[in-house]
Design a protein around this ligand. Structure first.
Ligand code: HEC
Length: 134
């Protein structure tokens, strides 16, 4: 700290109490935001954590559901590449309408997820999308 332009946290003690508290809470808020917002955060929370479970239980058998693996079934696009084909909002709509685009081969079982599960799954998918291709 200090050298990268941030206020040295140790210098905060010299400030009047109310300002010092304010600065401290800003630091805490920033730390929390960094932890939540980091694309490399190891732990997923809430919706995306539930969505990951859904993907593990229903989809992982064929699709890669993380940022790096190859799909177990090579014909199944890795989930991280889905947004390169169409906006994920469109996929969410299709799932809500019970339409599974591209899933008409015998390869693909028919899934009917409930809307809250679809929202969770999409929340997870949004955390793993890669822009760069594979
Ligand atoms: C038994 C294997 C299998 C399972 C399980 C499976 N899929 Fe698929 N999925 C496929 C195959 C094969 C394709 C490619 C089909 C094609 O291109 O016609 C595919 C394609 C897709 C696509 C892309 C469709 C498109 O138009 O690009 C989506 C989205 C998708 N799957 C979602 C899911 C979700 C969500 C689950 C879990 C709820 C799931 N899949 C489970 C085999 C599977």
């Amino acid at each position: 700290m200090g050298s990268d332009g941030l206020i040295d946290i140790n210098a905060i003690d010299a400030l009047p109490l109310d300002i010092s508290l304010m600065v401290r809470s800003l630091y805490i808020a920033a730390a929390v935001l960094l932890a939540i917002g980091s694309p490399h955060a190891q732990t997923l929370r809430g919706a995306s954590a539930r969505g990951k479970k859904i993907a593990e239980m229903n989809c992982q058998k064929c699709h890669a559901i993380d940022r790096v693996s190859a799909s177990a079934n090579p014909k199944s696009p890795p989930f991280r590449t889905l947004s390169q084909r169409y906006p994920l909002d469109q996929l969410e709509e299709a799932l809500n309408e019970g339409i599974m685009v591209g899933h008409d081969g015998p390869e693909m079982p028919f899934f009917r997820l409930r809307p809250p599960q679809i929202a969770d799954l999409l929340a997870y998918l949004r955390t793993i999308q890669s822009r760069a291709g594979k």
